[in-house]
Design a protein around this ligand. Structure first.
Ligand code: GLC
Length: 483
């Protein structure tokens, strides 16, 4: 099959969150399954340069947006079996970060239109265009409304994956023609209208042939009023074409046995010595006491991640005999709150603001627990990585966290260590007291019931959340819509 992934970010070139990991790791898996896979991305100023990899200019396209015709260069490289295409535009993509600009709607409208143009310029026919999140949400609508007569688009199928339902891609009705050359009637009939505005995410839901999200539990949540972030009505109309497929993780990149970033490699057999050595080095480097339990946070710092719970949890843990290390970046106000917390208790709290892959790996390897009390979590990757590195997740049971962490229950306290099957700790309601009680439970098991803790660590490391499972499910989904 010829598959094109259309996304606003992907490793190894651009990343702000889990989306970038998923696009790249799924695509690598498709290559292994002998599919022809391409990824189209914006050519951001901040794109990572890979040593020895040269981008070649292959097309010059004219992208039409109402009265404007924008000359567009498309660059290409072939990397690990994947064809990467980059859409160049100085005005839209030569900026210091990926998102957060007043004209994001226009920037990604341009990217969507350019991608449609690219598809029609390729020397082969794409079978499935897999679009991700709101940035490219209008793509199926554009093709089906404006290009249905063109041979190259005949039989082309579209799959939308919702990684984050919070962002709807809103813009005003008046811009619909200006940005996408689309008729206002699409808005007036309600097809792409949400909350009185155009929503590119809703357009994806209405016009894609199949819709997915990134875990089965989150799929169920999205069909409910409370958990859908306003998408339940439209998703329920497409219920039969909507499914949750759990993301996998890259087991080669995240493997404590051969991870080049960590202080000492280890596997399940020598996990406790291995983690101890990592922790000693880590604590030495950042002035923490290595004899204390180490809880960590590796996260985008946004309210989605349960900051209102995280903050008191960190405060509680750091004042009751644990250390906490935080690696992440995001909203400035949240960064400042955490920086202040670490400033007043620097003996127990280490914080690094920024995205630092190497440090993140060190943190997974050195820690005993990962905190992830998200307010909602379509899938989440950090908890799976933590488990793989033998660090037990302490989570709020929502979305993908509920699907990947089997939480220690009160009834487990009666059991012998060898009979414990659990691999993390969790709580359900969005409540500070539940969050703190759960963190305290984790700490007590760690200090008072070492054998139970050790069994849970081994259970976690044995889990196999691999990306090949999810790749096979997506391929089966693509096949189900081929004629
Ligand atoms: C978004 C979601 C996260 C998910 C990731 C990749 O960042 O918030 O839960 O793991 O996308 O699908």
């Amino acid at each position: 099959m010829n598959i094109l992934m259309a996304s606003s970010e992907s490793l190894p070139f651009s990343k702000t969150g889990g989306l970038a990991d998923v696009i790249f790791s799924l695509s690598k898996e498709y290559v292994k399954l002998h599919h022809n896979v391409s990824i189209v991305l914006p050519k951001y100023k901040t794109n990572k340069v890979i040593k020895g990899l040269k981008l070649t200019k292959i097309f010059q396209l004219d992208v039409k947006m109402n009265w404007r015709t924008i000359p567009t260069a498309v660059y290409h490289c072939y990397y690990l079996g994947i064809d990467f295409y980059f859409i160049e535009n100085q005005k839209y993509f030569e900026r210091d970060s990926l998102y957060g600009f007043y004209d994001d709607g226009e920037r990604f409208a341009y990217f969507t239109n350019a991608t449609v143009k690219l598809i029609s310029s390729l020397p082969y026919k794409i079978d499935v265009v897999h679009i991700h999140d709101h940035q490219v949400g209008l793509l199926p609508c554009v093709v089906k409304t404006l290009h249905s007569e063109e041979e190259i688009f005949n039989d082309m199928k579209f799959v939308l994956t919702i990684h984050n339902p919070e962002f709807k891609g809103y813009f005003s009705k008046d811009s619909l023609f200006d940005l996408y050359n689309l008729p206002i009637s699409l808005f007036d009939e309600g097809k792409i209208r949400l909350d009185g505005q155009v929503s590119t995410l809703k357009a994806g839901i209405v016009f894609a042939d199949k819709i997915t999200t990134v875990s089965p539990t989150h799929a169920k949540e999205l069909l409910t009023y409370e958990g859908s972030k306003g998408l339940n009505f439209d998703l329920n109309l497409r219920k039969n074409d909507f499914v949750g497929i759990l993301n996998g993780m890259d087991n080669d990149f995240f493997n404590p046995k051969k991870d080049e970033y960590i202080f000492k490699n280890y596997g399940i057999k020598d996990v406790f010595n291995g983690k101890k050595e990592n922790k000693i080095e880590f604590c030495k480097k950042y002035n923490l006491d290595p004899t204390l339990p180490l809880f960590v946070v590796v996260s985008r710092l946004s309210s989605q991640k349960g900051i209102d719970l995280l903050y008191p949890m960190i405060e509680f843990l750091s004042y009751t005999g644990s250390n906490v290390a935080i690696v992440g970046s995001g909203e400035k106000s949240i960064e400042d709150r955490f920086l202040e917390l670490s400033r007043v208790n620097s003996k127990h709290i280490f914080i690094y603001i920024g995205y630092n892959e190497e440090l993140a790996h060190k943190v997974y390897a050195s820690s005993d627990f990962l905190l992830m009390p998200s307010s909602f979590e379509p899938c989440g990757l950090s908890q799976m990585i933590a488990q793989k590195y033998g660090s037990l997740p302490v989570v709020r049971r929502t979305g993908g966290l509920a699907d990947t962490v089997d939480c220690f229950e009160t009834s487990d306290e009666e059991k012998k260590a060898k009979d414990i099957t659990k691999n993390g700790f969790g709580f359900s309601s969005y409540s500070i007291s539940e969050a703190i009680v759960t963190a305290a439970k984790a700490m007590n098991i760690y200090s008072g019931k070492k054998e139970v803790y050790k069994k849970m660590v081994k259970n976690a490391m044995k889990l196999n959340h691999t990306r090949d499972n999810s790749a096979k499910k997506y391929i089966a989904l693509y096949e189900s819509i081929q004629k």
